[in-house]
Design a protein around this ligand. Structure first.
Ligand SMILES: [Zn+2]
Length: 223
C-alpha cells in the first residue's frame, strides 16, 4: 500500500454529473474519481472546504501543503500532450494562511492574498451569511463561540452562484443547517480529514468518527 498517496482532483473535459448527489456539473467540473463509484463533486467528496492555490510559487505551495492535513493535486487532461497536467493544488485555508505568513517577505504573495480575499467577499452575500449563522445559533445554542460564522460562511460559499430566494430558504431549512454543522464538526473536531488524507474510504471514515460527531452535536444542542 502506498503511504499517503496524493488525493487527486480532476478538471473534467466533458459534461459530467456527480454519481452521489446527481448534480449536473457542466463541462469543466472539478471532480474526484472514487473506485467503481465513479465521479464525485467536491461537496460530496468533502473537499469543498479546500481552497485552490495556483502554481508559480514553489515555496508557498510546499508550505501550504505541509500545513494542511488534507490537500489534493488538481489535474487536467492535455489533449495536445496526451497526459494529465498539474494545474495547482487544493489546500486548507488555515494552511495557506500560515504558509503565506511564512512567505510574507515576498510581495507577490501579498498581492495574491488580497486578490483572494476580494474574490471571497464578492462571493458571499453578507446578509445571507448572517441569517444562516443566526439559524445555527438557534438550533445549536451551545455551539463554540464563532463556530456559527465559520459554518455559515462555508455553507454560503457552497450555495453561491445559486443564491435565489428559494435556494436561501432551502439552505436555512433545519436539515440543511444540521448537515452543515455536522460537516464542520467532522473537519474541525475529529480526525476525519487525517483519515481521508491517509486514503480511507469516505464512508468508513465517517463511520469511524460518527460517535465523536454525535457527542459534539449533543453538547452544542444543550442549553
Ligand atoms: Zn455530489
Amino acid at each position: 500500500m502506498n503511504e499517503n498517496p496524493d488525493l487527486k482532483v480532476f478538471i473534467s473535459t466533458r459534461e459530467s454529473s456527480c454519481d452521489e448527489c446527481g448534480k449536473k456539473l457542466g463541462s469543466r467540473a472539478w471532480i474526484t474519481l472514487v473506485g467503481e463509484r465513479g465521479a464525485l463533486c467536491l461537496s460530496c467528496a468533502d473537499l469543498d472546504h479546500l481552497v485552490f492555490l495556483q502554481p508559480g510559487n514553489a515555496a508557498l505551495t510546499r508550505r501550504a501543503r505541509k500545513h494542511s492535513t488534507l490537500s489534493a493535486v488538481v489535474l487536467k487532461w492535455s489533449r495536445a500532450r496526451k497526459r494529465y497536467e498539474r494545474q495547482g493544488v487544493l489546500v486548507e485555508e488555515n494552511g495557506l494562511v500560515r504558509a503565506e505568513a511564512e512567505c510574507l517577505t515576498d510581495g507577490e504573495v501579498r498581492a495574491r492574498r488580497r486578490e483572494r480575499e476580494a474574490e471571497r467577499c464578492a462571493e458571499l452575500d453578507r446578509e445571507y451569511v448572517a441569517r444562516f449563522a443566526r439559524r445555527i445559533r438557534e438550533l445549536f445554542p451551545n455551539c463554540a463561540p464563532g463556530a456559527e460564522d465559520a459554518i455559515a460562511e462555508h455553507a454560503c460559499l457552497r450555495y453561491s452562484g445559486r443564491v435565489g430566494r428559494s435556494a436561501i430558504a432551502k439552505a436555512l431549512d433545519e436539515k440543511a443547517v444540521h448537515l452543515a454543522v455536522v460537516a464542520h464538526i467532522r473537519h474541525a473536531k475529529t480526525s476525519y480529514d487525517e483519515l481521508l488524507a491517509q486514503g480511507w474510504d469516505r464512508h468508513e471514515a465517517r463511520h469511524q468518527v460518527a460517535q465523536q460527531v454525535q457527542s459534539v452535536l449533543d453538547c452544542w444542542r444543550r442549553t
